[in-house]
Design a protein around this ligand. Structure first.
Ligand code: ADP
Ligand code: MG
Length: 259
């Protein structure tokens, strides 16, 4: 079971879109996949076609030890992958976790008995470096960082990279940056191309080969509760996420051979 956190402390950079579409594409490729929504906004939950307002149990209950993962998970009707859903309840978890033992390891512990259930677990992190994100980073083997190729993109990245280094050093020796995924890419923009080149120079093969273009079909899909890769399979954005899933599967196979 490979566990990846999709993280970037900036909002609106494509974390949820990447999480939902990668989960759906991996499931389509025959990989048993669990998507964990760690954002109180519940966008990944809704994007997977699960109504966040009608959850008997959610990731909130799992983090606080009020329910087991098996009691809280659901299956995406459109995507076929499992979802540990979230809604506004999760906003309170931050405060409630403070008094608990090993509060940053709650998600890791919840996943411990499920290593035979899934090939991939994807964790959609909230737009902050909070206790929730910390739970995601402590549970994961690697981080996928979606980013837009904008002027301030690199600046924000150093905070995230430092946090990941700290977590690696103090809490989770397994954690590494799997890669940076360029999303909402506009190939006609000079700036986007320049930033993209800078990323490649700085991060080398940590930058995924796949480029996800800006594509309105990806933005429309969530309102239908269907992942973009299924909503309009022929759209450029859908095809990019399918290619990205293949790239991920390849990378994972390479590590497995190395070990
Ligand atoms: P985050 O989870 O980082 O806040 P989202 O995945 O929710 O970011 O994306 C922010 C907004 O951008 C959403 O409205 C989403 O539909 C849209 N979006 C994301 N990726 C793309 C894309 N490749 N093309 C067009 N719109 C996109
Ligand atoms: Mg999001």
């Amino acid at each position: 079971m490979h566990i990846f956190a999709i993280a970037n402390q900036k909002g609106g950079v494509g974390k949820t879109t990447t999480s939902v579409n990668l989960a759906a594409a991996l499931q389509m490729a025959g990989k048993r996949t669990l998507l964990i929504d760690l954002d109180p906004q519940g966008n990944a939950t809704m994007g997977a076609g699960i109504d966040k307002r009608a959850l008997p149990r959610s990731v909130y209950h799992v983090l606080l030890g009020l329910a087991a993962l098996a009691e809280a998970r659901a299956t995406s009707p459109s995507g076929g992958f499992d979802v540990l859903p979230a809604n506004r309840d999760l906003a309170g978890a931050e405060v409630e976790l403070v008094n608990l033992d090993q509060r940053e390891l709650r998600l890791k512990q919840a996943l411990a008995n499920h290593s035979a259930d899934y090939d991939f677990v994807l964790i959609d992190c909230p737009p902050s470096l909070s206790m929730l994100t910390l739970n995601g980073l402590c549970a994961a083997h690697g981080v996928i960082i979606p980013m837009q190729c904008e002027y301030y993109a690199l600046e924000g990245l150093s905070d995230l990279v430092n946090t990941i280094k700290q977590v690696h050093k103090n809490l989770n020796r397994d954690l590494r940056i799997i890669g940076l995924l360029r999303v909402m890419f506009d190939p006609r923009s000079l700036l986007a191309n320049q930033v993209s080149q800078q990323l490649e120079q700085h991060f080398g093969d940590k930058v995924f080969k796949t480029l996800v273009p800006r594509n309105v079909r990806l933005a429309e899909a969530p309102s239908h509760g269907v992942p973009g890769v299924l909503f309009d399979k022929a759209a450029k954005g859908a095809q990019a996420y399918m290619t990205f899933a293949s790239e991920m599967i390849e990378r994972v196979a390479t590590w497995e051979n190395e070990q």
